[in-house]
Design a binder for this molecule. Structure first.
Ligand code: UD1
Length: 433
């Protein structure tokens, strides 16, 4: 027994120690959206002028993307929450495997590299714990735009023939509304000859944010945020100063769930409420009162009742909030059914929640959760970014001190999470050894 706990301790370092049964009070501040910032950074490759982003979150994923762009010869100037990118010095079309492997979004630079200079060699992104995550749609779309694409030895090589090295506009119907494929093709099409239409496009707010940046850079795009996007190719794009990244809807949702699971009235800001409609509806359905204004949301949790969720592409309930929402449901009154429809292996947090006393049964990609009166603290592992967030939420509510490891995942997507939560009354400590 002692040996087993020593092994667990070994696995668990470093960890976040969380005092449970906490009550939160005050305002939780939301940073810029990770998934927007990452793709906006790759859009910087499309011009030889400076693209400056503000409201950039402080995350290891952002640092990784900065390193990838630097390896391509881009001058990256990162200070506080702003990043200025200058791709006038672009000198490589092949991001290094070791860096791409750590960050799936870096594959999306294949679209901007091709659009800008007609050539790209990008390693296939690595495997992912939550599911297969293919890039078939990205490749199919680039071929439709006239690129020659081959995949050999794990590297995707794409090039455009012809003296002007420009892609050619085309009609593309995506088989599934992939966020990454929509963003890749959007960036590839803005400098193509002629008009491109992307049907069954992803409608996520991050796609719209990318479109808004590209429009400010001189692109001609209509329909982003809806299922059909039309792009009229232009000759060149120019730089932009002070483009603010949208607030992170997933971080905002996680904070609203932190309020709900600790039964604490809180305010979360800034939030663009339309980006969270499906989540807000579920929070109301389970017994939270929400006051929404232009800058944020005030939440007053009541007695939390079980509700069912099914993850879907936007505007449906986001897969990235499935694990955090499940943490809330473990303490709800009644039985809830949570179905994961986007990723085939995104219920790894179930076993960890069970270690904390949650009553959960899994059937295929569905979890059936019987709410318990209280979770009990335990050492747990966050096996991916959102699973780690779910463990933090569970720890805030549990009886005792929870130790959450897997911080390398948490730090990829939550900007300074312990400082933010501690500022509103939580007691989180990072233990390095
Ligand atoms: C983005 C987000 C991620 C989020 C996901 C779904 C970024 C950096 N990441 O990931 O946080 O969880 O959207 O909202 O923005 N698919 C295919 N073929 C393809 C591409 C995708 O079948 O060629 C499927 C995937 O297997 C998955 C679904 O489409 O089931 C969604 O994937 P996609 O929208 O591409 O996710 P990402 O853009 O990688």
């Amino acid at each position: 027994m002692a040996a087993a706990s020593a092994v667990y301790q070994e696995i668990l370092n470093p960890c976040l120690s969380i005092e449970g049964r906490c009550r939160l009070q005050g305002v939780l501040k939301v940073s810029g959206a990770k998934n927007s910032a990452l793709v906006l950074m790759t859009a910087g490759l499309l011009t030889d002028e400076v693209v400056e982003l503000t409201n950039v979150p402080n995350l290891t994923d952002i640092d990784s993307m900065g390193r990838i762009l630097s390896a391509l010869g881009v001058h990256v100037d990162h200070s506080d929450n702003s990043i200025a990118l200058n791709a006038a010095t672009l000198s490589s079309h092949e991001p290094p495997y070791e860096l791409v492997n750590s960050l799936r979004a870096s594959f999306f630079c294949i679209g901007s590299l091709l659009g800008r200079s007609g050539h790209a060699r990008v390693p296939l992104p690595g495997g992912c714990r939550i599911g297969a995550r293919p890039v078939v749609e990205h490749i199919r779309g680039l071929k439709a735009l006239g690129a020659h694409v081959s995949v050999e030895h794990g590297i995707v090589t794409a090039s455009v023939k012809g003296s002007n090295k420009r892609l050619t506009g085309a009609s593309i119907v995506l088989d599934c509304p992939s966020v990454g494929a929509t963003e890749t093709l959007l960036m590839a099409a803005v400098l193509a000859d002629g008009t491109t239409m992307i049907e069954n496009a992803a409608q996520e707010p991050e796609v719209q944010d990318l479109s808004n940046l590209l429009i400010q850079m001189g692109a001609e795009i209509s329909g982003a945020g809806g299922p059909v996007i039309t792009i009229r190719g232009v000759e060149r794009l120019h730089g932009v100063r002070n483009y603010p990244v949208i607030p992170d809807r997933i971080e905002a949702g996680t904070f609203l769930l932190a309020a709900a699971i600790t039964r604490s009235p809180m305010r979360v800001e800034p939030v663009i409420p339309e980006h969270l409609s499906a989540v807000l509806q579920k929070l109301r359905d389970c017994g939270c009162k929400l006051d929404i204004d232009q800058t944020g949301i005030s939440i007053t949790p009541g007695e939390i009742q079980a509700v069912d969720i099914t993850t879907q592409p936007f505007p449906g309930f986001p897969t990235d909030l499935q694990a955090p929402f499940m943490a809330l449901m473990t303490t709800a009154k009644g039985t809830s059914v949570i179905s994961e429809k986007i990723y085939e292996n995104r219920l790894q947090h179930v076993a960890e929640l069970q270690r904390m006393g949650a009553s959960i049964r899994v059937e295929s990609s569905t979890a059936i959760i019987e709410g318990v009166i209280e979770l009990s603290a335990a050492p747990v592992i966050g096996s991916d970014l959102r699973a780690a967030a779910a463990m933090v939420l569970a720890g805030l509510a549990a009886n005792g001190t929870t130790k959450v490891s897997g911080l390398e995942h948490l730090d990829r997507g939550y900007d300074n999470v312990e400082a933010k939560l501690n500022a509103v009354g939580a007691n989180l400590k990072r233990q390095q050894s």
